[in-house]
Ligand binder design. Structure first.
Ligand code: FE2
Ligand code: FE2
Length: 248
């Protein structure tokens, strides 16, 4: 029995593909088939796979049905969290998605799932992504402060959602946590953030995130140990479509 994670599948069986990196990048060629084969090799029916957002390019649920069916057909138990491109998933209608797809998929939002004695908690997250201003040597000299203030509000909302997830699990007696985000936990300056603080506050052992895809973005945030937690980037192209083993 094992727990796996991956993010940014960006499926498009029914929708128009617009992302240039995905259209032309070698790693994205037939990525659905590569991932399906890797899952068949690695994952058994006893295992759990957490998909941390950006599942589909579809603009609504009708345009995502084949993408979600593809995920249903993967081996093991599947838990999904939201990404910034998941237009089919309105937070307030999460229960409707769960009703539609139970027991094939679980949509995690303002709730938690379990794996052995761990609570799996999570939310989409958010981080300020610029614009940053650079000097001639490429060093950051400043950033758009209005955009940063706006990002701060979105971060606060996501932190509340994450706290709800932790608190519900804690109230049910869970003391061991794995924390899932779609966005990286920090901005590119790799400063502490509300998300790293919350991971420490509740003692999350690992923080799993995605969203950073394309080689130039793989090092946008923390990887490895930071202030006593383990941070892992699991975007699909970074992992070459091999699910990351979080726990045995
Ligand atoms: Fe993505
Ligand atoms: Fe994303």
């Amino acid at each position: 029995m094992a727990l796996y994670a991956i993010g940014d599948l960006h499926l498009h069986f029914q929708s128009e593909l617009k992302a240039p990196g995905q259209l032309h990048g070698r790693v994205w060629k037939n990525h659905e088939e590569k991932f399906r084969k890797n899952c068949a090799k690695q994952i058994t029916g006893e295992d759990t796979l957490v998909l941390v957002g950006d599942h589909s390019w579809g603009r609504n649920l009708a345009e995502c049905e084949e993408d979600l069916q593809y995920i249903c057909d993967l081996p093991g138990r599947k838990i999904l969290t939201r990404g910034n491109h998941d237009m089919f998933w309105d937070v307030k209608k999460t229960e409707r998605l769960n009703d539609l797809y139970r027991p094939r998929l679980s949509f995690l939002q303002n709730s938690y799932e379990t794996y052995q004695d761990y609570a799996l908690v999570g939310t989409k997250g958010y981080t300020f992504e610029g614009p940053f201003y650079l000097d001639r040597r490429g060093r950051i000299t400043g950033w758009d402060e209005k955009e940063e203030a706006h990002a701060g509000k979105l971060v606060e909302r996501e932190l509340q959602r994450l706290r709800t997830s932790f608190e519900l699990a804690g109230a049910d007696g869970y003391r061991k946590f794995i924390m899932f985000l779609h966005y990286p936990p920090t901005n590119i300056l790799e400063e502490r953030s509300g998300f790293t603080d919350m991971a420490e506050e509740y003692g999350a052992e690992q923080v799993i995130y995605a969203h950073c895809h394309g080689e130039s973005r793989f090092h946008d945030s923390i990887q490895g140990e930071y202030r006593g937690r383990q941070y892992h980037l699991v975007s699909g192209d970074f992992l070459q479509w091999k699910p990351w083993k979080v726990l045995d």
